[in-house]
Ligand binder design. Structure first.
Ligand code: 13P
Ligand code: SF4
Length: 309
């Protein structure tokens, strides 16, 4: 068997040869994060893809993130170590339903979470991530009716934060975050009475009500790092443990298992591996191939989002 160290050395060599950059989401395994040029949440990685000037992006995340990088770099090669790395939110929102909504409600502004297919993005007016969803909705004139899709928990959170009345919300959910049970968090708080609670806004409302902080993946990491507290219950994917412990050695981080896998891992994010990363850089496949006219239409709502401060 080839050692991990040998694979890492081969990745470095082929990365230079390909003039490639490796972008990795915080939910990737530690060994992938270690070799990445940038590690971030979905907004930070989209911004890194926007600035990129080489030939190849190897995207260690899930397919919708790699598609976003491709829309921003239509003439470059974007590879994803495992092409089957999907997302339950993307699956919950077929483009036909979005088109039907648009026909019935032509006056609505469609705000799409970045966790959507490129076809749904192309039907949208503006995109958002968990980091900027409140600012994106606040950037829309108050009298405009909104359809927010596809995450019901993020949508409800944003509706509450912005006080928007006329906002319809799609019924999609993340298989990881939406199945964190409030009663397990309540039990964890009894077990760790000094711990603060940080939660991703894709979590259900009973979990969010118990949170001391709600934010995107990187916002959770930043917040836990800055707090004087020494213990945290972290209601998101357990891949963030790596950065949390690196940035705050000595602090304790507890994760709560969900009811889907009885763990806190995203099965799609974990499909990638060092071996698959090396293979995709070497072979330039699997690569993201999208129809040019769809990319063209998806770029506008994406750029509108990136322009929101
Ligand atoms: P972030 O926007 O926090 O990176 O979240 C992406 C995601 O897929 C959460 O499950
Ligand atoms: Fe999608 Fe949930 Fe996995 Fe994030 S954690 S990629 S929202 S399935």
């Amino acid at each position: 068997m080839v050692s991990a160290q040998t694979i890492v050395e081969e990745i470095s060599e082929v990365k230079q040869r390909r003039r490639a950059v490796i972008l990795a989401h915080h939910y990737q395994d530690a060994e992938i994060q270690d070799i990445a040029d940038s590690v971030g949440d979905s907004l930070e990685l989209a911004r890194a893809a926007q600035k990129f000037e080489g030939d190849v992006i190897a995207f260690c995340g899930v397919r919708f993130m790699a598609e976003t990088a491709k829309v921003l770099n239509p003439d470059r090669t974007v590879v994803l170590p495992d092409i089957h790395a999907g997302c339950s939110l993307v699956d919950s929102c077929p483009v036909g339903g979005v088109r039907a909504f648009r026909r019935r409600h032509p006056d609505h502004v469609i705000v799409s979470y970045i966790n959507t297919s490129v076809e749904v993005k192309a039907e949208s007016d503006i995109l958002c991530t968990s980091r900027n969803a409140v600012q994106v909705v606040n950037s829309i004139p108050a009298e405009k009716p909104i359809l927010f899709l596809p995450d019901i928990n993020l949508g409800n959170y944003v509706k509450k934060q912005t006080g928007r009345k006329n906002m319809q919300i799609w019924q999609g959910a993340c298989i990881v975050h939406a199945t964190f049970p409030g009663r397990r968090l309540a039990a964890a708080r009894v077990e760790h009475p000094d711990a603060l609670v940080a939660a991703h806004p894709e979590c259900p409302s009973d979990v969010l009500r118990m949170a001391d902080f709600i934010g995107s993946t990187s916002a959770i990491i930043d917040w836990c790092t800055k707090q004087a507290a020494q213990e945290f219950i972290v209601m998101t994917e357990s891949g963030v443990r790596y950065s949390l412990e690196k940035l705050s050695p000595g602090k304790k981080f507890y994760f709560v298992a969900n009811e889907n896998c009885n763990c806190s891992e995203c099965p799609y994010m974990k499909m990638n591996s060092l071996e698959k990363l090396l293979a995709c850089l070497d072979n330039l496949e699997p690569s993201i191939e999208l129809p040019p006219e769809i990319m063209e239409r998806a770029r506008l709502p994406l750029e509108r989002m990136l322009a929101v401060k």
